[in-house]
Design a protein around this ligand. Structure first.
Ligand code: NAD
Length: 320
């Protein structure tokens, strides 16, 4: 496993990292014992960074992850969770709520310190509130030593940029972008120089596009357009015919980018995370990746967008 520095945080993250949303049953039912074994397999395989949120499975992901983490020494993992989103329709980025949210997450996770606390999906919030209220509350928590670093997450780059352009250097340490660097979408790469200029660490998430590039396909809540689903299924069928796991190509494609510190992959199954760790370390078949990307060309950088109208990226067809 390779480890790379995350912006100016002083943290070195494994190039492949573990996203715990599936522990909340986001992609299908999960029993606690299997979920716990998945977390342990991730750490034993060299992954040192785990991301979660109270939103995933209505706090279930944090609860199951907490059960797993209680059996692991605290210095073996770097932990990120989030504040501000609590259900599909419930967002509360007020200072009081995000401060209480940290206490609740720590209790569920069985820790007294969060390495990176992130504002979860700020496209659903007013930029003014994030800049004037939420981030100052998180700075207080960082100054008090309750958290190490402050992050923001979101799908549209427009809103990440809007916040970073309005905050003083050093307020925000990291961004988490998802579904924008994967076999069918490389938009994040164009923004790396911007994030570097702001000294922001970059976390990439969802190498399979939240299930899009898997044999199982997308879950019901996914906002992929019919064209995205149809084209991705062609790529999945091609890989099956060639005897190659499309998830292998998806993981390798992301992990190979030297400018992306880490890529979070989600699963609730030990065998999947073990396979993904192997994939991250195996040689890459560039010819196969190119052939799959050719099949995906009709949806290249064509992705869904979402959030408040003012926060959405232009030029991306919305399926919301
Ligand atoms: P992902 O692209 O990692 O895909 C997850 C899906 O792929 C699941 O259905 C899983 O079962 C399947 N999968 C994983 N490995 C597999 C394998 N080897 N074989 C077959 N199927 C496999 O999407 P994700 O889980 O949504 O993203 C990863 C993590 O990133 C999340 O868990 C979360 O922690 C983080 N994330 C954060 C945000 C945000 O902050 N807004 C958004 C998206 C993701």
């Amino acid at each position: 496993m390779n480890y790379r520095p995350l912006g100016q945080t002083g943290l070195n993250l494994s190039a492949l990292s573990y996203g715990a949303s599936p522990l909340g049953g986001v992609f299908g039912d999960v029993d606690h014992a299997t979920g716990i074994r998945t977390v342990h397999a991730a750490i034993d395989g060299g992954i040192n960074f785990i991301d979660v949120s109270p939103y995933y499975g209505d706090t279930k992901a944090e609860t199951v992850l907490g059960l797993a983490l209680r059996e692991i020494k605290r210095n073996r993992f770097i932990l990120a969770t989030k504040v501000g989103q609590y259900s599909q329709a419930e967002f509360d980025f007020s200072a009081a709520r995000v401060t209480r949210s940290l206490d609740e997450s720590c209790a569920r996770l069985g820790v007294d310190y969060i390495d990176i606390l992130q504002c979860h999906d700020i496209e659903f919030a007013e930029v003014d509130q994030i800049v004037d209220e939420t981030l100052p509350a998180l700075v207080k928590l960082r100054d008090a030593g309750r958290i190490g670093h402050i992050g923001i997450t979101g799908l549209p780059f427009k809103v990440l940029q809007a916040v970073l352009d309005r905050t003083d250097p050093g307020v925000v340490d990291t961004i988490l972008s998802f579904c924008r660097y994967e076999l069918n979408d490389t938009a994040l790469a164009d923004f790396l120089p911007y994030f570097a200029s702001k000294k922001i660490g970059v976390i990439n998430a969802s190498p399979t596009g939240m299930g899009l590039l898997t044999p199982r396909g997308v879950p019901g809540w996914h906002q992929a357009t019919p064209l995205m689903i149809e084209t991705a299924q062609k790529a999945v069928a091609f890989c099956a015919q060639e005897g190659v796991d499309i998830v292998k190509l998806a993981v390798q494609f992301c992990v190979a980018h030297p400018g992306i510190t880490t890529t979070l992959v989600g699963t609730s199954k030990p065998a999947n995370i073990e396979a993904n760790i192997r994939y991250a370390e195996e040689p890459i078949d560039h010819d196969m990746i190119n052939r799959v990307r050719e099949i995906l060309a009709p949806i290249n950088n064509h992705n869904f967008t979402r959030g408040l109208p003012a926060n959405r990226d232009a030029l991306i067809p919305s399926s919301a």
